[in-house]
Ligand binder design. Structure first.
Ligand code: CP
Ligand code: NVA
Length: 312
C-alpha cells in the first residue's frame, strides 16, 4: 500500500497546497465540525530537538480532532543510536496511526518514512520546515487576501525555514526574494528544485546579498534566527556575519508601508529583529503561531483521516 507522508511542500500533489490551505481555513472557521474526525487515533511525536510551538500545536491539534499524542522527548528513544531508525519506524507503525518527527539530519526523517507503514509528518529538519511554511502562507493569505504575485522578502540565514518558504512560493506563485550574506545562501539543490516547481505557477525566486534590495516593494518581510538548532557552536561568527541583516525600523522603511512582519519564532530580540519591529502593528508573528494549530490539524486530517486512507 502506498503511504502518504508530508516531508516537504515539494512532494505535495499538484492540488495539495491549496487543498491544505482551504481545509485549514475551514477547520479554523468551523472547529466544532471536526471534533471527532480522528477519534481514537494516536500520533507519536519524536523530537531530537527542543520545541514549544510544534509540540503544543500537534498535541492540542490531535486532541481537538478526537485523537491523542504520545510525546517522545529528545533522548527518550535514541533515534539511530539506542535503536536503528528502521526499527523505530517499524515498532511505532504497529502502535500508532501517524508519526510526527523533528530531526537534525533530513536523511533521518526520510529513512523513518521509508520504513514506516503509517504517515510521517516533518516537524522540522535541518533542511526543511514545511508545516511552518504552510501555516505562514495561510497567515499571508489572511492578511493580504492573495498569494499569487505577493512580494515576500526573506532576510537572514538561507536555512530550513527559507527552503520551505521557497517551495511554498513556487506552489502559489509568490515573488520571493531572499537576502543572505555570502556563505549563508539557501541550498543550491533546493533553489533549483523550487525554481523548477515555480515554472507552472509563475512564481519567482531571487537571491541577493542586499537586504534593502530584497525589501523594495515587499508586502511581507520575514526573518528567522541567525543560529538554528545544531549551529550553536557558530554563534559568534554568525552574529558577525549577519549583523547587517537585522530587521529594524530603518530596514522596514524599504518595504511597502503596509508590509507585514513575520518570524517563525523563537526570536532573539536585538539580534535578527528589534523589539520595535516585532512589537509593531505590522507584526503578525502570533497569528503565524496560532495558524500552526489549524494548518497541522488539516495536515493530520488529510493524512490520518479516513479520506486519507481512500487516497492511499
Ligand atoms: N516555529 C517553531 O517550529 O517553533 P518550535 O521550535 O518552538 O516548535
Ligand atoms: N531555523 C530555526 C527554526 C526554529 C523553529 C531552527 O532550525 O532552529
Amino acid at each position: 500500500m502506498h503511504i502518504r507522508h508530508f516531508l516537504s511542500i515539494h512532494d505535495l500533489p499538484p492540488d495539495g497546497f491549496w487543498h491544505l490551505i482551504d481545509l485549514a481555513r475551514d477547520i479554523k472557521l468551523n472547529p466544532a465540525s471536526y471534533l471527532h474526525t480522528l477519534d481514537g487515533r494516536a500520533l507519536a511525536m519524536v523530537f531530537e530537538k527542543a520545541s514549544l510551538r510544534t509540540r503544543v500545536t500537534f498535541e492540542v491539534g490531535i486532541q481537538q480532532l478526537g485523537g491523542f499524542a504520545v510525546y517522545l522527548a529528545p533522548g527518550d528513544i535514541g533515534l539511530g543510536k539506542r535503536e536503528a531508525v528502521i526499527d523505530v519506524a517499524r515498532n511505532l507503525s504497529r502502535w500508532v496511526d501517524g508519526i510526527m518527527a523533528r530531526t537534525f539530519d533530513h536523511a533521518t526523517i526520510v529513512n523513518l518514512a521509508e520504513h514506516a507503514t503509517v504517515p510521517v509528518i516533518n516537524g522540522l529538519t535541518d533542511l526543511l520546515h514545511p508545516c511552518q511554511a504552510m501555516a505562514d502562507y495561510l497567515t499571508m493569505l489572511e492578511h493580504r487576501g492573495r498569494l499569487h504575485g505577493l512580494c515576500i522578502a526573506y532576510v537572514g540565514d538561507g536555512n530550513n525555514v527559507a527552503h520551505s518558504l521557497m517551495f511554498g512560493a513556487a506552489r502559489c506563485g509568490a515573488r520571493l526574494s531572499i537576502a543572505t550574506p555570502h556563505g549563508y545562501e539557501p541550498d543550491r539543490r533546493i533553489v533549483l528544485a523550487a525554481r523548477e516547481d515555480a515554472r507552472s505557477s509563475g512564481a519567482t525566486i531571487e537571491l541577493t546579498d542586499d537586504p534593502r534590495e530584497a525589501l523594495i516593494d515587499a508586502d511581507v518581510v520575514y526573518t528567522d534566527t541567525w543560529v538554528s538548532m545544531g549551529h550553536e557552536a557558530e554563534t559568534a561568527s554568525r552574529r558577525e556575519a549577519f549583523a547587517a541583516y537585522q530587521v529594524n525600523a530603518r530596514l522596514m522603511a524599504y518595504a511597502r508601508p503596509d508590509a507585514i512582519f513575520m518570524h517563525c519564532l523563537p526570536c532573539h530580540r536585538g539580534e535578527e529583529v528589534t523589539d520595535d519591529v516585532i512589537e509593531s502593528p505590522q507584526s503578525v508573528v502570533y497569528d503565524q503561531a496560532e495558524n500552526r494549530l489549524h494548518m497541522q490539524k488539516a495536515i493530520m486530517l488529510d493524512l490520518l483521516g479516513t479520506s486519507g486512507e481512500q487516497h492511499a
